[in-house]
Design a protein around this ligand. Structure first.
Ligand code: THU
Length: 136
């Protein structure tokens, strides 16, 4: 049996772009897609889902994490994020906290059509983060 090959960053980003097509963003018109790579190799996609009560909006990153956790998967390695603007879409504060909860040692990949992919650690996006370890 052929060994399982690890998905590349480019492939994960391609899945984030694919997920963007499902975005529900009638208010901002800013479509976002995410592809979350779990430790077990599974990939969960997500898109932003907006709401007429704007604060009810769910970002693409959180959609992907919540889909995975609700399916019993809680450990993640990497998340790729793509936006319809073609520019880097930096995760919001709430999403950074959610990523820290489940992948404090994980990586965030962002993409710009002009400048290419950039990689960040979750810890650098949320310095001195507060997480589950702090509540033990
Ligand atoms: N958004 C995301 O889904 N992820 C990000 O990283 C940046 C922002 C969404 C929220 C809202 O639906 C729209 O993009 C504009 O902020």
């Amino acid at each position: 049996m052929a060994g399982k090959t690890e998905i590349t960053d480019m492939e994960l980003m391609a899945k984030a772009k694919e997920a963007m097509a499902q975005a529900y963003a009638p208010y901002s018109k800013f479509q976002v897609g995410a592809a979350l790579l779990a430790e077990n190799g599974q990939i969960f996609s997500g898109c932003n889902v907006e709401n007429a009560s704007y604060g009810g909006t769910i970002c693409a990153e959180r959609t992907a994490v919540v889909k995975a956790v609700s399916e019993g998967v809680r450990e993640f390695r990497k998340i790729a994020i793509a936006a319809s603007s073609g520019e880097y879409a930096s995760p919001c504060g709430i999403c950074r906290q959610v990523l820290f909860e489940f992948m404090p040692d994980g990586t965030v990949l962002l993409d710009s059509e002009k400048e290419g992919m950039k990689s960040f650690s979750v810890r650098e996006l949320l310095p001195f983060g507060f997480g589950p370890e702090d509540l033990r």
